[in-house]
Design a protein. Sequence first.
Lengths: 75, 157
Amino acid sequence: METAYQQPRDPADGLAAVVALRRLADQLEDGEVERAVRDGWTWSLVAEALGVTRQAVHKKHARRLKALGVEARKR
Amino acid sequence: MFERFSHEARHLVTTAESEARELGSPTIEAEHLLLACARLAPGTPVGSVLADEGLTHEDVREALEAERAHSLAAVGIDIGDFELPPAHTLTRPRMAANAKSALEHSLRIALSRGDKRIEPGHILLALLRAEAGTVPRALAEAGVDRLVLSDRVAAAF
């Protein structure tokens, strides 16, 4: 079976795609964490969904969301 | 690390930090140092070379965006399909490895030229030295020959 994904011909392009994808993932994470917390998700649940510790997700997002006026629900 | 940095070079690093913050980046990358270089006044050595080259801050921003779009397109992703939240960072961006390495290299360049202080020109020369990564790719997008530019920068101060 032919695979749908074709590696870029030049590894430089493939590696640059990895860099751009990481940045894109970070930006998506910011938006999705904000949405979840606005929807009433607790930090624990967000952490569970992302597969990271509660401390990690809190450290990364709490200050930013607080400045946007978004506070996570206490459980 | 910054003892040998001139006032202007320190200011460049601070500007790079603002550039990173403005773009919502958790890290100061080599590309933010390049953006900071593009903010230097036309009256300064680096500023005048970049102005002669026609490389404005806006051009560098556009080149970086084009590089990103093309890199994602290479793996079948259209950045235009994404509605991304506006950038918003509060935590102080930390120095990424590529920016750190450029700053370290600027010291080596200054020493090899017999210059006592690290000036913005040394930092730009260090950035132009990178063969792989976002900075050389963005410069190629902007139609800049980094080796030619590097020679001009080296001759300007």
